[in-house]
Design a protein around this ligand. Structure first.
Ligand SMILES: [Zn+2]
Ligand SMILES: [Zn+2]
Length: 284
């Protein structure tokens, strides 16, 4: 009887592990890394580097300014055309649709480094960095658009990005663009390797920025400021500041905390394109 029960448990465990795998995302993550290895053989030409850096800047700004500061935290108010533009260019970073991204990120802020945080390093550095993406989300199967109705509202141009795998459409369009400009090597550098670079730097915010770095604000979590990630992610590396005041549209609070996304937001506000910008606290 006991032996029978042990066998049943042994069968159950691998099955439950399999059922916890998010297959579509695991396939994308592992497949893209495999494709990225081609970069070892095909060195970039000038045009490939231009595509890499151009699209890296566009998608990193769209994730930081659009997905994160506008949609997830409502750090400012933007006209419809700009919300759509940021949502579509953000989706080209291949990090899921805006409603799903927002819902998971808001849960991170609600339960930071506690039970229920989707990507806390308390479950291990690898889990926080990329392991969590390959696992089924706690709310998988829900219509994320209904869970965060403020993100896409009734706008079909934003809603479509959270329908099935349609969030991949803008990313495929960048692939077609790179192919038209520079052929397959352009796709390799401008789409595959550019996406991998942004993935890992974004993931470092969840892993590195909750393990190493400075904590000028005494938040009730493990968030840290990491200056070099601040540069690479155009401002997201000031993560301890961000956890201290999540709605603030600027993550760099001091003159030396370089926050390119914050500078763009200031410029857009000055030009009158956006309004109701949530300012950071005054610091000495
Ligand atoms: Zn965090
Ligand atoms: Zn946030």
């Amino acid at each position: 009887m006991l032996k029978e029960r042990t066998n049943t448990l042994a069968l159950e465990q691998p099955l439950s592990l399999l059922s916890r795998i998010q297959w579509i995302q695991s396939f994308l993550v592992l497949g893209l890394h495999a494709c990225g290895l081609l970069g070892l053989w095909f060195a970039p030409r000038a045009v490939d580097l231009a595509l890499f850096f151009g699209l890296y800047l566009a998608t990193t700004f769209a994730i930081g300014i659009g997905y994160h500061r506008l949609l997830a935290h409502r750090g400012f108010v933007a006209p419809q055309w700009l919300r759509r533009l940021l949502a579509w260019v953000g989706a080209a970073a291949l990090q899921g649709g805006p409603a799903r991204w927002t819902r998971i990120h808001r849960r991170h802020h609600q339960l930071t480094d506690k039970q229920g945080d989707p990507h806390s390093p308390l479950k291990g550095f690898f889990h926080a960095h990329m392991g969590w993406i390959m696992c089924v989300d706690a709310e998988e199967g829900s219509d994320y658009r209904e869970l965060v109705p403020d993100v896409s509202g009734q706008d079909p141009w934003v809603r479509v990005l959270d329908r099935g795998v349609l969030f991949t459409l803008p990313w495929f369009l960048t692939g077609i663009f790179c192919y038209a400009v520079a052929g397959w090597r352009g796709v390799l550098w401008g789409t595959v390797l550019r996406t991998l670079a942004l993935w890992h730097f974004t993931w470092c915010i969840n892993s590195v920025c909750h393990v190493w770095g400075t904590r000028p604000n005494q938040t009730r979590d493990e968030s840290r400021n990491v200056w070099w990630l601040g540069l690479l992610t155009l401002g997201e590396g000031w993560h301890n500041n961000h956890h201290a005041r999540p709605a603030a549209a600027m993550h760099g609070w001091r003159w030396y905390q370089v926050d390119f996304s914050g500078y763009v937001i200031r410029l857009l506000a000055r030009l009158g394109i956006i309004s109701n910008v949530v300012r950071p606290p005054r610091v000495n």
